[in-house]
Design a protein around this ligand. Structure first.
Ligand code: PEP
Ligand code: MN
Length: 361
């Protein structure tokens, strides 16, 4: 109670707002920067919670690793001046204690912490007997079990209000994104934990400004509950993650320009039209499954034939030819190369497994 109703802020009520918008600098840098960012964000009228990193887990040493405990009173002051509740990342028991001491309203577990059960457990132990909402970022590697495990550890400590943050997954080599979104993993988490708050972090997914809005819109169209977006009064000169931060003003405009679609289908007519299209989709899915079943029966036959004639399951040239043909045909049907690759990989693996079983019978 003491934690939830600090200074007239009912944090659980704030967290239940949809869409929930969290914004603020990657890192707290100076007292003035924190205060000005908070005031400018509050002035947009679009932001519900102020975020700031106090301790920064940087991938490489030598970059700014956070201002530390010294920044906590700045946040306390910004909270008071702007009326915005504040959220920070914690990675150790001591950081939890310090954050709570300075009235931080929401804690989040960072992506580099979620991967480490020892660290998550330490955070969880420090949370015993405390009533504070905790958001858990996905681990940097695409492992749902780690993400779930972190949520379970925090829940076991007695924390009731737990939410999830989808910030993408790191991979070797440069892609369009700083962290690959792998939307299907966030969708799977939503499917398994439909009651849990799920917000998207386009800043860390994109790593750059120009595609922030389209990623944020995609998340909202996938029925995410909200967004956490980094903002800074002078983004180009930010001490961390400069390339992805935007000013509070740009953030306000971005939120205003977004289209907020609804998940529920209310009118009868809408419902009937949707049902018609959905039954077409169901019918086609049935047919696809039947065809795939037939395809695998042929694979079984080929497997038996290869076995009798001592031929390997895989002939790479044949596999290349199938893919090439599928790219062309798929392209004509409006299917992306990425989808064709994934689909054919899955079908091919299933076919190999069928043949493998037959061969080793
Ligand atoms: C952050 O939010 O600034 C941060 C460090 O994020 P992540 O844990 O997603 O890398
Ligand atoms: Mn950051």
């Amino acid at each position: 109670m003491e934690q939830t109703l600090q200074q007239g802020i009912d944090i659980n009520q704030v967290l239940s707002k949809r869409p929930l918008i969290i914004s603020g600098p990657c890192s707290a840098e100076t007292e003035e920067q924190v205060l000005q960012t908070a005031l400018q964000l509050a002035a947009t009228g679009k932001v519900d919670i102020l975020r700031a990193g106090i301790w920064k887990p940087r991938t490489r040493p030598g970059s700014f690793e956070g201002i530390g405990t010294k920044g906590l009173p700045w946040l306390q002051q910004a909270r008071k001046a702007s009326g915005l509740p504040v959220a920070i990342e914690v990675a150790t028991g001591k950081q939890v204690e310090d954050a709570l001491h300075f009235d931080v309203d929401v804690l989040w577990v960072g992506a580099r912490t979620t991967v480490n059960p020892f660290s998550v457990q330490e955070v969880a132990d420090a949370l015993k007997g405390v009533d504070v909402p905790v958001l858990i970022k996905n681990p940097i590697n695409p492992d749902l079990e780690l993400w779930i495990g972190a949520a379970e550890r925090i829940a076991k400590a007695g924390i009731k209000n737990i939410g999830l943050i989808h910030r993408g997954f790191s991979s070797y080599g440069n892609t369009e994104y700083r962290n690959a979104p792998m939307w299907h993993l966030a969708i799977e988490m939503k499917r398994r934990f439909p009651e849990m708050l799920m917000i998207n972090d386009p800043s860390h997914i994109c790593g750059r400004r120009d595609i922030l809005q389209e990623v944020a819109q995609k998340a909202i169209d996938l029925d995410f509950d909200g967004l956490i977006i980094e903002s800074h009064i002078d983004p180009d000169n930010a001490w961390s993650d400069a390339k992805q931060q935007i000013t509070p003003e740009v953030l306000g405009n971005m939120i205003s320009a977004m289209i907020w679609r609804k998940e529920d289908i209310v009118s009868e007519e809408l419902h009937a039209n949707m049902e018609k299209m959905r039954s077409q989709i169901n019918q086609l899915d049935d047919e696809l499954l039947q065809l795939l079943g037939q395809r695998m029966k042929v694979a079984d036959k080929i497997g038996a034939y290869k076995k009798d004639n001592d031929i390997t399951i895989l002939q790479t040239s044949r596999w290349n030819a199938i893919l090439e043909k599928a790219f062309v045909k798929g392209g004509q049907m409006g299917l992306s190369q990425e989808f064709i690759t994934k689909y054919f990989d899955a079908v091919h693996m299933e076919s190999i497994n069928h043949q493998n079983k037959i061969m080793n019978q």
